[in-house]
Ligand binder design. Structure first.
Ligand code: 0CM
Ligand code: SF4
Length: 306
Protein backbone atom coordinates (compact mmCIF):
# COMPACT_ATOMS: atom_id res chain seq x y z
CA UNK A 1 0.00 0.00 0.00
CA UNK A 2 1.04 3.61 -0.67
CA UNK A 3 -0.44 6.63 1.09
CA UNK A 4 -0.87 10.06 -0.48
CA UNK A 5 -1.80 13.21 1.44
CA UNK A 6 -3.61 16.21 0.01
CA UNK A 7 -2.12 19.63 0.59
CA UNK A 8 -3.50 21.84 1.95
CA UNK A 9 -5.75 19.93 4.33
CA UNK A 10 -7.07 20.40 7.86
CA UNK A 11 -7.27 23.53 9.98
CA UNK A 12 -7.90 26.88 8.28
CA UNK A 13 -7.19 30.31 9.72
CA UNK A 14 -10.76 30.79 10.98
CA UNK A 15 -10.75 27.47 12.85
CA UNK A 16 -7.32 28.14 14.39
CA UNK A 17 -8.56 31.52 15.56
CA UNK A 18 -11.86 30.20 16.98
CA UNK A 19 -10.15 27.43 18.95
CA UNK A 20 -7.48 29.85 20.20
CA UNK A 21 -10.24 32.19 21.39
CA UNK A 22 -11.83 29.44 23.52
CA UNK A 23 -8.43 28.47 24.98
CA UNK A 24 -7.55 32.10 25.72
CA UNK A 25 -10.98 32.70 27.28
CA UNK A 26 -10.45 29.69 29.55
CA UNK A 27 -7.05 31.03 30.62
CA UNK A 28 -8.26 34.60 31.07
CA UNK A 29 -11.63 33.97 32.72
CA UNK A 30 -11.30 30.44 34.10
CA UNK A 31 -13.67 27.50 33.58
CA UNK A 32 -16.44 27.22 32.73
CA UNK A 33 -16.77 29.29 29.59
CA UNK A 34 -19.89 28.69 27.54
CA UNK A 35 -19.92 28.30 23.76
CA UNK A 36 -23.09 28.77 21.74
CA UNK A 37 -23.08 25.85 19.27
CA UNK A 38 -19.96 23.75 18.54
CA UNK A 39 -17.07 26.20 18.18
CA UNK A 40 -16.21 24.33 14.94
CA UNK A 41 -17.88 21.20 13.57
CA UNK A 42 -15.47 18.59 14.87
CA UNK A 43 -16.24 16.16 17.66
CA UNK A 44 -12.58 15.77 18.72
CA UNK A 45 -12.06 19.52 19.03
CA UNK A 46 -15.24 19.74 21.09
CA UNK A 47 -14.26 16.83 23.39
CA UNK A 48 -10.81 18.33 24.02
CA UNK A 49 -12.17 21.77 24.85
CA UNK A 50 -14.84 20.19 27.04
CA UNK A 51 -12.16 18.52 29.16
CA UNK A 52 -10.57 21.96 29.67
CA UNK A 53 -13.85 23.46 30.92
CA UNK A 54 -15.75 24.67 27.85
CA UNK A 55 -19.49 24.00 27.97
CA UNK A 56 -21.31 23.78 24.63
CA UNK A 57 -24.97 24.81 24.49
CA UNK A 58 -27.52 25.36 21.73
CA UNK A 59 -29.57 28.04 23.54
CA UNK A 60 -28.43 31.26 25.19
CA UNK A 61 -31.00 30.59 27.93
CA UNK A 62 -28.85 27.68 29.08
CA UNK A 63 -25.99 30.01 30.00
CA UNK A 64 -26.02 31.46 33.53
CA UNK A 65 -26.22 35.25 33.92
CA UNK A 66 -22.79 36.91 34.08
CA UNK A 67 -21.02 33.97 32.41
CA UNK A 68 -18.72 34.21 29.37
CA UNK A 69 -20.56 33.27 26.15
CA UNK A 70 -18.54 32.61 22.98
CA UNK A 71 -20.18 32.67 19.54
CA UNK A 72 -18.91 29.92 17.22
CA UNK A 73 -16.81 30.35 14.05
CA UNK A 74 -19.99 30.02 11.97
CA UNK A 75 -21.33 33.37 13.22
CA UNK A 76 -24.61 34.54 14.73
CA UNK A 77 -27.27 37.11 13.89
CA UNK A 78 -27.41 40.55 15.57
CA UNK A 79 -30.60 39.32 17.30
CA UNK A 80 -28.55 36.67 19.11
CA UNK A 81 -25.92 39.26 20.11
CA UNK A 82 -28.64 41.54 21.48
CA UNK A 83 -30.30 38.71 23.37
CA UNK A 84 -26.97 37.82 24.98
CA UNK A 85 -26.71 41.41 26.25
CA UNK A 86 -30.28 41.25 27.62
CA UNK A 87 -29.50 37.99 29.41
CA UNK A 88 -26.50 39.64 31.08
CA UNK A 89 -23.88 37.47 29.36
CA UNK A 90 -20.29 38.51 28.67
CA UNK A 91 -20.04 37.84 24.92
CA UNK A 92 -16.95 36.97 22.91
CA UNK A 93 -17.27 36.66 19.15
CA UNK A 94 -15.29 33.85 17.48
CA UNK A 95 -17.00 34.32 14.11
CA UNK A 96 -14.49 33.77 11.30
CA UNK A 97 -13.60 37.19 9.85
CA UNK A 98 -14.43 35.84 6.38
CA UNK A 99 -17.97 34.98 7.54
CA UNK A 100 -18.26 38.44 9.13
CA UNK A 101 -17.44 39.97 5.72
CA UNK A 102 -20.43 38.12 4.24
CA UNK A 103 -22.61 39.48 7.07
CA UNK A 104 -21.63 43.03 6.16
CA UNK A 105 -22.32 42.42 2.47
CA UNK A 106 -25.86 41.23 3.21
CA UNK A 107 -26.78 44.34 5.17
CA UNK A 108 -25.07 46.60 2.59
CA UNK A 109 -27.02 45.03 -0.30
CA UNK A 110 -30.29 45.32 1.64
CA UNK A 111 -29.52 48.92 2.53
CA UNK A 112 -29.30 49.92 -1.15
CA UNK A 113 -32.62 48.19 -1.83
CA UNK A 114 -31.63 44.76 -3.12
CA UNK A 115 -33.33 41.48 -2.33
CA UNK A 116 -30.49 39.19 -1.20
CA UNK A 117 -30.26 35.54 -2.19
CA UNK A 118 -28.17 33.58 0.31
CA UNK A 119 -26.81 30.57 -1.54
CA UNK A 120 -26.34 27.86 1.06
CA UNK A 121 -27.74 24.97 3.03
CA UNK A 122 -30.93 25.70 4.95
CA UNK A 123 -30.56 25.08 8.68
CA UNK A 124 -26.75 25.41 8.70
CA UNK A 125 -25.76 27.82 11.51
CA UNK A 126 -23.68 29.98 9.16
CA UNK A 127 -26.66 30.47 6.84
CA UNK A 128 -28.93 31.29 9.79
CA UNK A 129 -26.44 33.85 11.10
CA UNK A 130 -25.96 35.37 7.64
CA UNK A 131 -29.73 35.68 7.06
CA UNK A 132 -29.99 37.30 10.48
CA UNK A 133 -27.91 40.22 9.21
CA UNK A 134 -30.53 41.11 6.61
CA UNK A 135 -32.25 44.44 7.08
CA UNK A 136 -34.55 43.80 4.07
CA UNK A 137 -35.67 40.88 1.91
CA UNK A 138 -33.53 37.75 2.11
CA UNK A 139 -34.06 34.30 0.55
CA UNK A 140 -32.05 31.10 1.02
CA UNK A 141 -31.51 29.17 -2.22
CA UNK A 142 -29.74 25.82 -2.34
CA UNK A 143 -30.42 24.63 -5.90
CA UNK A 144 -30.88 25.85 -9.46
CA UNK A 145 -34.57 24.91 -9.14
CA UNK A 146 -34.97 27.16 -6.12
CA UNK A 147 -33.48 30.09 -8.07
CA UNK A 148 -36.23 29.57 -10.66
CA UNK A 149 -38.93 29.70 -7.99
CA UNK A 150 -37.76 32.54 -5.74
CA UNK A 151 -40.12 35.55 -5.57
CA UNK A 152 -38.36 38.93 -5.31
CA UNK A 153 -39.66 42.48 -5.00
CA UNK A 154 -37.86 43.89 -8.08
CA UNK A 155 -36.07 41.60 -10.56
CA UNK A 156 -33.51 44.29 -11.41
CA UNK A 157 -32.48 44.64 -7.78
CA UNK A 158 -31.21 41.20 -6.78
CA UNK A 159 -27.88 40.51 -5.11
CA UNK A 160 -26.41 37.35 -3.68
CA UNK A 161 -23.92 36.04 -1.17
CA UNK A 162 -22.83 32.47 -0.49
CA UNK A 163 -22.10 30.24 2.46
CA UNK A 164 -18.29 30.06 2.74
CA UNK A 165 -18.00 26.27 2.58
CA UNK A 166 -19.98 25.33 -0.54
CA UNK A 167 -18.85 23.24 -3.48
CA UNK A 168 -17.15 25.59 -5.94
CA UNK A 169 -18.53 23.62 -8.91
CA UNK A 170 -22.16 23.31 -7.72
CA UNK A 171 -22.20 27.00 -6.88
CA UNK A 172 -21.11 27.95 -10.43
CA UNK A 173 -24.35 26.43 -11.75
CA UNK A 174 -26.37 28.44 -9.23
CA UNK A 175 -24.56 31.68 -10.19
CA UNK A 176 -25.38 30.97 -13.83
CA UNK A 177 -29.04 30.38 -13.00
CA UNK A 178 -29.17 33.67 -11.07
CA UNK A 179 -27.59 35.66 -13.90
CA UNK A 180 -29.96 34.07 -16.41
CA UNK A 181 -33.06 34.69 -14.31
CA UNK A 182 -32.12 38.26 -13.28
CA UNK A 183 -30.13 39.62 -16.25
CA UNK A 184 -30.94 43.23 -15.40
CA UNK A 185 -29.57 43.06 -11.88
CA UNK A 186 -26.43 45.13 -11.40
CA UNK A 187 -25.49 43.73 -8.00
CA UNK A 188 -21.77 42.93 -7.66
CA UNK A 189 -20.95 39.42 -8.83
CA UNK A 190 -18.75 37.43 -6.53
CA UNK A 191 -18.43 34.21 -4.59
CA UNK A 192 -17.89 34.15 -0.84
CA UNK A 193 -16.56 30.59 -0.85
CA UNK A 194 -13.43 31.07 1.23
CA UNK A 195 -9.80 30.44 0.30
CA UNK A 196 -9.58 27.37 2.56
CA UNK A 197 -12.65 25.69 1.06
CA UNK A 198 -11.45 26.44 -2.47
CA UNK A 199 -7.89 25.21 -1.87
CA UNK A 200 -8.98 22.00 -0.11
CA UNK A 201 -11.43 21.15 -2.90
CA UNK A 202 -8.76 21.76 -5.51
CA UNK A 203 -6.30 19.59 -3.59
CA UNK A 204 -8.72 16.69 -3.06
CA UNK A 205 -9.56 16.66 -6.78
CA UNK A 206 -5.86 16.30 -7.57
CA UNK A 207 -5.55 13.59 -4.90
CA UNK A 208 -8.56 11.65 -6.21
CA UNK A 209 -6.98 11.45 -9.67
CA UNK A 210 -3.99 9.63 -8.20
CA UNK A 211 -5.49 7.11 -5.76
CA UNK A 212 -7.95 4.20 -5.55
CA UNK A 213 -9.83 5.45 -2.50
CA UNK A 214 -10.02 8.77 -0.62
CA UNK A 215 -10.53 9.10 3.12
CA UNK A 216 -11.71 12.51 4.28
CA UNK A 217 -11.15 13.14 7.98
CA UNK A 218 -13.94 15.28 9.36
CA UNK A 219 -17.15 15.14 11.36
CA UNK A 220 -20.48 14.34 9.75
CA UNK A 221 -21.93 17.80 10.47
CA UNK A 222 -19.01 19.62 8.85
CA UNK A 223 -20.21 21.15 5.58
CA UNK A 224 -16.76 21.70 4.08
CA UNK A 225 -15.68 18.12 4.93
CA UNK A 226 -18.78 16.70 3.23
CA UNK A 227 -18.00 18.75 0.14
CA UNK A 228 -14.46 17.26 0.01
CA UNK A 229 -15.92 13.76 -0.02
CA UNK A 230 -18.31 14.75 -2.83
CA UNK A 231 -15.57 16.35 -4.94
CA UNK A 232 -13.44 13.19 -4.71
CA UNK A 233 -16.42 10.98 -5.50
CA UNK A 234 -17.26 13.12 -8.55
CA UNK A 235 -13.79 12.29 -9.90
CA UNK A 236 -14.98 8.68 -9.92
CA UNK A 237 -12.93 7.67 -6.88
CA UNK A 238 -14.72 6.06 -3.92
CA UNK A 239 -14.52 8.46 -0.98
CA UNK A 240 -15.52 8.19 2.67
CA UNK A 241 -15.94 10.76 5.43
CA UNK A 242 -14.53 9.47 8.72
CA UNK A 243 -14.46 11.08 12.14
CA UNK A 244 -11.45 8.97 13.17
CA UNK A 245 -9.37 5.94 12.12
CA UNK A 246 -11.69 3.50 13.92
CA UNK A 247 -14.41 4.18 11.34
CA UNK A 248 -12.42 2.76 8.43
CA UNK A 249 -14.15 -0.39 7.11
CA UNK A 250 -11.86 -3.14 5.85
CA UNK A 251 -13.95 -3.63 2.67
CA UNK A 252 -13.12 -0.07 1.55
CA UNK A 253 -9.49 -1.15 1.27
CA UNK A 254 -9.97 -4.50 -0.47
CA UNK A 255 -7.66 -4.60 -3.51
CA UNK A 256 -6.61 -0.99 -2.92
CA UNK A 257 -2.99 -0.03 -3.57
CA UNK A 258 -3.05 3.74 -3.22
CA UNK A 259 -4.98 5.47 -0.43
CA UNK A 260 -5.50 9.23 -0.42
CA UNK A 261 -6.12 11.16 2.79
CA UNK A 262 -7.33 14.68 3.33
CA UNK A 263 -9.00 16.53 6.21
CA UNK A 264 -11.73 19.15 6.48
CA UNK A 265 -11.00 22.66 7.72
CA UNK A 266 -12.12 21.74 11.25
CA UNK A 267 -10.26 18.39 11.57
CA UNK A 268 -7.03 18.32 13.66
CA UNK A 269 -3.87 16.95 12.04
CA UNK A 270 -3.34 14.32 14.80
CA UNK A 271 -6.37 12.46 13.39
CA UNK A 272 -4.65 12.25 10.00
CA UNK A 273 -1.53 10.85 11.71
CA UNK A 274 -3.70 8.25 13.47
CA UNK A 275 -5.31 7.24 10.17
CA UNK A 276 -1.85 6.76 8.63
CA UNK A 277 -0.77 4.62 11.61
CA UNK A 278 -3.97 2.59 11.42
CA UNK A 279 -3.51 1.91 7.67
CA UNK A 280 0.19 1.09 7.96
CA UNK A 281 -0.08 -1.16 11.02
CA UNK A 282 3.32 -2.82 11.46
CA UNK A 283 4.39 -2.22 7.86
CA UNK A 284 6.69 0.44 6.48
CA UNK A 285 4.27 2.22 4.16
CA UNK A 286 5.48 5.13 1.98
CA UNK A 287 3.64 8.39 2.63
CA UNK A 288 3.80 11.14 -0.01
CA UNK A 289 2.36 14.61 0.42
CA UNK A 290 1.22 16.05 -2.90
CA UNK A 291 2.25 19.57 -3.87
CA UNK A 292 -0.38 22.22 -3.35
CA UNK A 293 -1.26 25.79 -2.58
CA UNK A 294 0.80 27.45 0.15
CA UNK A 295 -1.46 29.07 2.79
CA UNK A 296 -0.14 31.99 4.81
CA UNK A 297 -3.38 33.48 6.08
CA UNK A 298 -3.50 34.06 9.86
CA UNK A 299 -6.15 35.93 11.83
CA UNK A 300 -5.44 37.90 14.97
CA UNK A 301 -6.88 36.81 18.28
CA UNK A 302 -8.97 39.66 19.72
CA UNK A 303 -8.59 41.06 23.19
CA UNK A 304 -10.84 39.05 25.46
CA UNK A 305 -11.56 41.56 28.22
CA UNK A 306 -15.28 41.22 28.80
O1 0CM B 1 -19.30 25.36 7.85
P1 0CM B 1 -18.77 24.00 8.19
O2 0CM B 1 -19.90 23.07 8.58
O3 0CM B 1 -17.89 23.44 7.16
O4 0CM B 1 -17.95 24.27 9.52
P2 0CM B 1 -16.66 23.62 10.16
O5 0CM B 1 -16.67 24.02 11.57
O6 0CM B 1 -16.54 22.18 9.84
O7 0CM B 1 -15.49 24.33 9.38
C1 0CM B 1 -15.00 25.58 9.63
C2 0CM B 1 -15.86 26.68 9.55
C3 0CM B 1 -16.53 27.63 9.49
C4 0CM B 1 -17.32 28.82 9.46
FE1 SF4 C 1 -13.25 30.90 7.86
FE2 SF4 C 1 -13.17 29.50 5.59
FE3 SF4 C 1 -12.25 28.46 7.81
FE4 SF4 C 1 -14.87 28.81 7.53
S1 SF4 C 1 -13.59 27.42 6.36
S2 SF4 C 1 -13.65 29.26 9.35
S3 SF4 C 1 -14.87 30.74 6.36
S4 SF4 C 1 -11.41 30.28 6.78
Amino acid sequence: MKIFLARPRGFCAGVNRAIAIVNKALERHGAPVFVLHEIVHNSHVIDELRTKGAVFVERLEDIPQGAVAIFSAHGVSPAVEEKAVKLGLRSIDATCPLVATVHRRVSRLNKIGYDVLVIGHKGHPEVEGTCGHATGNVHVVSTVEEVAEVVVADESMVGYVTQTTLSVDDTKDIFEAIHKRFPLSSAPERSDICYATTNRQHAVRKLAEKVDVVLVVGSKNSSNSNRLREVAQLQGTPAYLIDHAGEIASEWLAGVERVGITAGASAPEHLVTEVIQHLAGEEDVPVTELEGEEENIRFQIPDLDV
